[in-house]
Design a protein around this ligand. Sequence first.
Ligand SMILES: Nc1ncnc2c1ncn2[C@@H]1O[C@H](COP(=O)(O)OP(=O)(O)OP(=O)(O)O)[C@@H](O)[C@H]1O
Ligand SMILES: [Mg+2]
Length: 534
Amino acid sequence: MAEETVKEDKSPITPTETGNSIFSIDLRPKFIELPKLGDDKTKVNIRYPLIAPFAFAHIYWDDKEKSIVYDVEEPKISETDTKLLKLIKMGLEEMINISFVKSKKHNVLLEYLEKNVQSILIELGAKVDDATYQKLMYYIYRDAVGFNDVEPMMMDYYIEDIECNGVGFPVYIVHRKYANLKTNLVYKELKELADFIEKLAQRAGRYVSYARPLLDGTLPDGSRVNATYSEDVTTRGPTYTIRKFTKEPWTPIHLIRNNTAPASSFAFIWLAIESKLNVMVIGETASGKTTFLNTILHFIPPEARICSIEDTRELNISHDNWLPAVTREGFGIPNIAGKTYGEVTLFDLLKETFRQNPDYVIVGEVRGNEAYVLFQGMASGHPSFGTFHAGGVETLVRRLETPPINLPGTLIESLDVVCVCIHLKEKRKSIRRLKQVVEIMEVSQELGKIDSNVMFEWVPTDDEFATKEDSYVMKKISDRTGQSIEEIKEELEKRTRLLEALADKNILSHKEVTKIISSYYKNPQGVLEEFGIK
Ligand SMILES: Nc1ncnc2c1ncn2[C@@H]1O[C@H](COP(=O)(O)OP(=O)(O)OP(=O)(O)O)[C@@H](O)[C@H]1O
Ligand SMILES: [Mg+2]
């Protein structure tokens, strides 16, 4: 099979002080359509640019490994040039201000970097041809501004996670389209990996050391990073996982288009959110809970006052009246209540939030005693959303009712809608689906027992979604607003058709979708007409 290479753009070229052309790379986020893998895996051979024109991803069948692998391909440089690169890097270390490197935009940084490289080259009296100069600049950029060997993967739209399990073991990635793949990146030296983890910590504004070997933070681009620094915590030496942040937040339209959930389920959740009902998104690890929660936040009315609380910043919406808060680690020995000095927990933040009388409260991930405050908030009429780790509604209720959370059933009943996400990995295919949308009716006295109504359900055999006619939530909305069930169903139909029209027209950007939903709140008829819906 022929290699599938995607062409890149070139920027205009102007000379620098050393007579080389200005270094240019294409850092625009790319979305490249990748083919589905055919039945014969041995024929797989796909190549696409990550940092054009220097770094490429090459996904192919490796006959030795008997599996599909992911190689990062970068320019080769000669031994002499490697030495020169080392000299330039040493010179730069003396000249460059790290805090500047951390804070400025890419193009400003590139210019600054190139100026310094120019002076070093002149000082060294080194003359290099243009092609070599570009390659050297690439590596300098990659290691000074970027994340070293991992930088090309950070630029790969299709990578979800980057996982390093220690020295001498290949780094694995989770690919959106082709699931788990082994890469050609292996850390050979302990020092190299430890230095890299220090870099991750520094970029996340955290501190790691042998005394504090665990890192949990957010990188400047929003990606989440977890790492262990010393050998005694994990036996294979330092490790790290980077959960990449989707730069452009996903909208419901992305999830309609990739068949995660049907437009009708989003229309239903939209109505529930507008009617100030409480929604929880649940699922196993990495099933897509946070992503799903972020998409449905687009349905919050544009003027509402929103407060969100998270351990690490993942949620991303553009409502003007949004107050995002993040917990803070403390330090020192925990006091009698188990808290360290300066620590700010979800519980603290949530108590504070309800005092500020928000229209909507969002807790990124509900885990412990903050659940009590959250459910009290829900019960007292503050619509709240959050994610929770549980594979199904029964498990959710059982976990909420038992230690350490211990919620009474009556409080759990304030929850109106539960969305269940699943992630299936099979035969190199990774699929995420909204498994169910469940309406909570009554929580019984018996532990873990509830009455509920599954409004939407994914049917795996034909990859379709089944919908119920009768809805408990619609009755609630009818009681609250005085609209008849018929009127609510009509409204649901209109919104479904609108979301379908957006999906058909491929209108999925965060900006556009936010604008259309916001206009719908002000002038629904106008928006429907614009999309030809009667
Ligand atoms: N519907 C989807 N379709 C395709 N990819 C998705 C979908 N939802 C999430 N992803 C991708 O899956 C990865 C995990 O998603 P996410 O962080 O939302 O999961 P999570 O359930 O919140 O994980 P955790 O348990 O770690 O909190 C992300 O890289 C995300 O981009
Ligand atoms: Mg999550």
